[in-house]
Every structure is written in C-alpha cells, then in structure tokens.
Design a protein around this ligand. Structure first.
Ligand code: ACO
Length: 326
C-alpha cells in the first residue's frame, strides 16, 4: 500500500537588515544588556524598515524556499501564512504573497492565527491537505513584524520581540508508512482558551477597534511553556513509538533561553541537540521555528534523514509539536 508523506523539499528565511541591540534598547527604556541577557538570552533582534511589511518578509523567505526546493511558484497548490501581524486584517497576507510570488490564480491561500504555535499549526494543516491528495506542493510561512505591535515604552515586553520570516516547501512523496520515511511523521496541536488573557494584544478590531500592543503575564507564560513544550515532544515521539534518544535535533520555539533550557532539562536531553537562535533574533513568534530550521539546514547542521522534532507554545494558550524525518 502506498503512503503519502509531506516531505520538506526546500527551506528559506529572511531577516530585515536593521539590528537593534540590547545597548540600543537601554537608550529607549530603563534596562541593560546584563538584565536582558541574563533573563532571556537575547542580545539583539532584527527590526523591519519603515517601508517593509510582513508580506515582504514572507515573500523573500518563500522565494528562497522555492529556490532551495528547485520548483517554481506556478507548481504551488496552497500557500499558508502563520502570523499575528498581517499587512491588513483582511484580505489575508497569504493572498498578497501568493500573487507576488506567481502562484497560479485559483489556488487556495490563507493566514492562520495561532501566535507562536502558528508554524506548527500551519504544518499540520498543510500535511493533512497533502495526505488527503488536495495538494502536491505547499508553502508554509511563519512571519512577523512584531515591532509594529510592541509598546516601546514598556520594558517588560519590548526587549523580547523581533521581526523575521521562515518558510518551507512541502511536497507529496510516496513512503512506506514507517518511521524510515522522509517527511512529516506526525503532528499534534492543542489549545486552552482559559489562558486567553495571559498573553495577548491589548486591543482588537471587535473590542477596542485598534490593534493594541503585546502584553503578557510573563511568569504565567513561563510556568506553562516548559511542561507544554516538553509534553508536545513526548506526545509526537510516543505516537510513532520511538525513544527520545533517537531524536537528532530539537527545534523549540525561541521565546527565551530559560524556557528552552527548561524544556531540555525536563526531558533530560543533551543540550547539544537543541537548536538555539534566540540570542540574535529574539522572539519572532510564528517565525522562530522555520527561521531556525532554515538556518540549520543552510549551515549543514541538519542533514537529510535526521529526525527533527519541533515544539511551540504561544498565546491562546496554544501549543504543539511535529516530528519530521528531514
Ligand atoms: N530591564 C530591567 N528590568 C526589568 C525589565 C527590563 N527589560 N523588565 C522587567 N524588569 C524588572 C521588573 O520591573 C521587576 O522589577 P521590580 O521587582 O522592581 O518590580 C523585575 O525586573 C523583575 O520582573 P519580573 O517580571 O519578575 O522578571 P522575571 O524574572 O519574571 O523575568 C521575563 C521576566 C523574562 C519576561 C520572564 O517572566 C519570562 O521569561 N517569561 C516568559 C515569557 C516570555 O518569554 N514570553 C515571550 C512571549 S510568549 C511566548 O513566546 C511563549
């Protein structure tokens, strides 16, 4: 029996050129490189230019992913953008990006909103479409211009976030249905709206008629994130009946180094297997995972056949994991 797998055939990313360091931030709010580095592991982050928007970041990341995959935009069957900072509330940023890339008119394109878990959610949707035969090639993009919804007078939040985008091209390939197949082996996504107010923007179109700024209960997020991300990894690994020791790489959502270290410690995994990009990018929400994946593939760290697990947690709360044989 043939078994359809969604294989990652191309990765790409894009970071805006402007860099904001901790020292730069200490001139805007009362903070220091020492405080930010110690509490978060962040040293600098990229910030979009005045005339740059989330769709621009998506376009460059997706274009790079297509080039890496060696396929043209005209072969793409669906494009999904995970973001909480769309160019406009409607239409979706995905439609703009699809048109600019040259995806054929008539192909579905849409945004999803699952905050920092957005990329894992998008991957789940695209994988399901591919396995159902609804798409052969899918592009999924995680992209944010969080600097646009950051309150630059609030030192509790403005030191944490950054801008950027990452994209992957998924392609239907025949597998055997075993864990030796290359491609997405399984995904799990979760939410619990009881935490709706714990991490959010302070506004929205149907409440305040504005976007508001990012706000969070940092301690509550911290407490929830470690077990949620660790249990997502355990869930995908258990589903395919392998041991954690068989995993080659863990790509956690990059919110802060203490959360990342906490997940590694809880699972008792070697920190050498954990990909960390937070120092020079900060938290780019839906973009952190595809950015880290694309960079690690480009640098030769992640190789064909490696077992890679993704895990994320974000506003909602939402969380989830994905297990991939690259
Ligand atoms: N610089 C200097 N001092 C600061 C800063 C800053 N940037 N921010 C806060 N402080 C001060 C506070 O005002 C407070 O001062 P006080 O004691 O005089 O009131 C003191 O530092 C301690 O503040 P806490 O909030 O208790 O600091 P904490 O140790 O909890 O660290 C942090 C804050 C880093 C945000 C932490 O709660 C955390 O890691 N939370 C996880 C949440 C996270 O990373 N979220 C990202 C988005 S969510 C996601 O992606 C999953």
């Amino acid at each position: 029996m043939t078994y359809i797998r969604s294989q990652i055939v191309g990765c790409g990313h894009y970071l805006p050129s402007k860099i904001l360091t901790n020292d730069d931030l200490s001139k805007i709010v009362e903070t220091s490189d020492e405080w930010i580095s110690e509490r978060t592991g962040i040293k600098s982050r990229h910030i979009v230019a005045e005339d740059e928007s989330t769709s621009d970041l998506c376009f460059h990341a997706a274009e790079n992913a297509l080039k890496n995959a060696g396929i043209s935009a005209s072969e793409v069957d669906v494009l999904i953008v995970a973001t909480i900072t769309p160019d406009n509330l409607t239409p979706s940023t995905a439609t703009k990006v699809a048109s600019r890339l040259g995806v054929q008119a008539g192909k579905p394109a849409f945004d999803i909103s699952a905050a920092c878990s957005g990329f894992v959610y998008a991957m789940t949707l695209a994988d399901n479409m591919i396995r159902l035969g609804q798409a052969k090639n899918a592009i999924i993009v995680g992209a944010e211009s969080l600097s646009r919804i950051t309150d630059w007078t609030d030192r509790n939040t403005c030191v944490l976030f950054g801008d950027g985008a990452g994209a992957v091209v998924l392609q239907a390939q025949e597998g055997k249905g075993t864990i030796e197949d290359r491609g997405i082996l399984t995904t799990k996504i979760y939410s619990d709206g009881a935490y709706y107010d714990s991490l959010k923007t302070t506004g929205g179109p149907s409440t305040t008629k504005s976007t508001g700024f990012l706000w969070m209960n940092g301690k509550e997020v911290f407490k929830f994130a470690i077990p949620a991300m660790a249990s997502s990894i355990e869930a995908v690994v258990e589903e395919v009946k392998i041991g954690l020791e068989e995993i080659d790489w863990i790509i956690p959502h990059q919110a802060n180094i203490r959360i990342i270290d906490g997940v590694a410690k809880k699972l008792d995994v070697d920190s050498e297997k954990v990909i960390v990009t937070v120092a020079n990018q900060g938290n780019t929400s839906a973009a952190t995972i595809p950015l880290a994946l694309s960079e690690s593939v480009a640098s030769g760290k992640i190789k064909k056949g490696d077992l890679v697990v993704l895990t994320a947690m974000g506003a909602g709360f939402t969380w989830g994991g994905a297990l991939i044989r690259f």
